[in-house]
Design a protein around this ligand. Structure first.
Ligand code: HEM
Length: 418
């Protein structure tokens, strides 16, 4: 039986990830799971699905759960047998990634990068992010129509992070494609099917970073890569493999997630014109609005952990070695935490969503993603009056973990000066 058939068989009763209706709107399925079996075991996969806010949050901060891949990890090790026992470049790189490390390894890797992501650094980047948003909108603003994903949400995050790292503009061309290929290779529904694209993407990306590393060794600059290199040169704090893997991680982790936040977020506003109107009347609501959009249609729907020992949650025992899928998208729609959770409310005051995770692995790039989304949304409501859905319907990506759109046609009243 193929992986897809197995998954179909097992999930189908509760949650069929291959069903287009589920991909369009997983939230009604999540509601059913939360009400009927909030700690649900899929025995074929040795996998628990947790859907309640309190349980998801509790596991994210529980040191009895590990983020490190086990030998039966579907992403990293499933293809090991097929490839004759050799890990491919994608898996080898991921073994150095901080989200897949527990403390103390995690702490060391994170501390080295943290400095570049402090609130002060992100604040200092705001003018540059604003300029990139304007630059991306400039060619379309006159026409009165655009594909919000293709023209803005897709290119924005990669330009920002590539600049932060210090990748020269001339070398930025293929980064987004490589990042997309990695996302496809890591999609839980497509495991194995796109391994070669993922491996090629990582190989090419690593080669590019090696070139930039050589250039920065000769002439350091005020960029993230030079800072990481300084850490590498100070001895055993960061190995070259870790440095290159961290660059690949930073490039990848903030890419499709931020694209999805913008795509899902603008779609949600266009489907709720009253809420969009509130934002247009009072752009100071933008910070709260971005938090609500993160909650309402979360760009990353799952996080994964493995129990290091037997752990009891609400009468169920998660055995040592069993995996837990923490459904962030469901936690963020739990009525026990968020009253009337399926309503978009840009003035909602509870912003304790789990869209960026929680605890040790809380998203390193949360401040950056927030800044990009706030600036993009603010610019859209100021510069594109009459913003509404275009004639062509939005197109959803098939992935269920990274939830987002591949196309969002919109129309608005043509040019207006700022
Ligand atoms: C809307 C955009 C984003 C969303 C929804 C998002 C979501 C998340 C989530 C849920 C986690 C925790 C995963 C876990 O606990 O297993 C995470 C971790 C992480 N994110 Fe993000 N992310 C976004 C943007 C970014 C950006 C822009 C960057 C960097 C440029 C980034 C870098 C990372 C890194 C490095 C980690 C691992 C942190 C650690 O293990 O300590 N993310 N992200």
């Amino acid at each position: 039986m193929s992986a897809e058939e197995q998954a179909r068989d097992s999930f189908v009763h509760w949650l069929n990830p291959f069903d287009p209706a589920f991909r369009d709107n997983p939230y009604s399925t999540y509601h059913r799971l939360r009400e009927r079996d909030p700690i649900h075991l899929l025995p074929e996969f040795n996998l628990w699905c947790l859907t309640r806010y309190t349980d998801v949050q509790a596991v994210l901060r529980d040191p009895r759960f590990s983020s490190e891949p086990t030998s039966d990890d579907p992403n990293l090790f499933r293809n090991l047998r097929e490839s004759g026992g050799e890990l491919g470049p994608l898996a080898q790189t991921m073994l150095h990634w901080m989200p897949l490390k527990d403390p103390p390894h995690h702490t060391r890797l994170r501390d080295l990068v943290n400095k570049a992501f402090t609130p002060r650094h992100i604040e200092a980047m705001r003018p540059r992010i604003g300029a990139i948003v304007e630059q991306l909108l400039e060619p379309v603003v006159e026409a009165g129509r655009m594909d919000l994903v293709r023209d803005l949400a897709h290119p924005l995050p990669v330009i920002v992070i590539a600049e932060m790292l210090g990748v020269p503009v001339a070398d930025q061309g293929e980064l987004k494609q490589w990042s997309d290929d990695m996302a496809l290779a890591l999609d839980p529904l497509q495991v194995g099917a796109h391994r070669e694209e993922g491996d090629r993407a990582v190989r090419e990306m690593t080669k590019l970073f090696e070139r930039v590393v050589q250039a920065r060794r000769r002439a350091p600059r005020d960029d993230l890569l030079s800072a990481l290199l300084a850490a590498e040169e100070q001895g055993d704090r960061l190995s070259m493999d870790e440095l290159l893997a961290t660059c690949v991680l930073l490039l990848f982790a903030g890419n499709e997630t931020t694209t999805n936040l913008l795509g899902n977020g603008v779609l949600a506003l266009l489907q709720n014109p009253h809420e969009l109107g509130l934002l247009q009347q009072d752009p100071s609501l933008v910070r709260g609005a971005v938090e609500e959009l993160l909650r309402y249609d979360s760009p990353l729907q799952f996080a994964a952990r493995v129990a290091k020992q037997d752990v009891e949650i609400d009468g169920r025992t998660l055995r040592a070695g069993q995996r837990a899928m923490l459904i962030l998208g469901s936690a963020n729609h739990d009525p026990a935490q968020f009253p009337d959770p399926d309503r978009l409310d840009v003035r909602r005051s509870d912003h304790r969503h789990l869209a960026f995770g929680f605890g040790t692995h809380f998203c390193l790039g949360a401040g950056l993603a927030r800044a990009e989304a706030q600036i993009a949304l603010d610019t859209l409501v100021r510069r594109l009056p009459g913003l509404r859905l275009g004639a062509e319907p939005p197109v959803r990506r098939p992935s269920i973990a990274l939830r987002g759109l591949s196309s969002l046609p919109v129309v608005f009243e043509g040019r207006r000066s700022h």
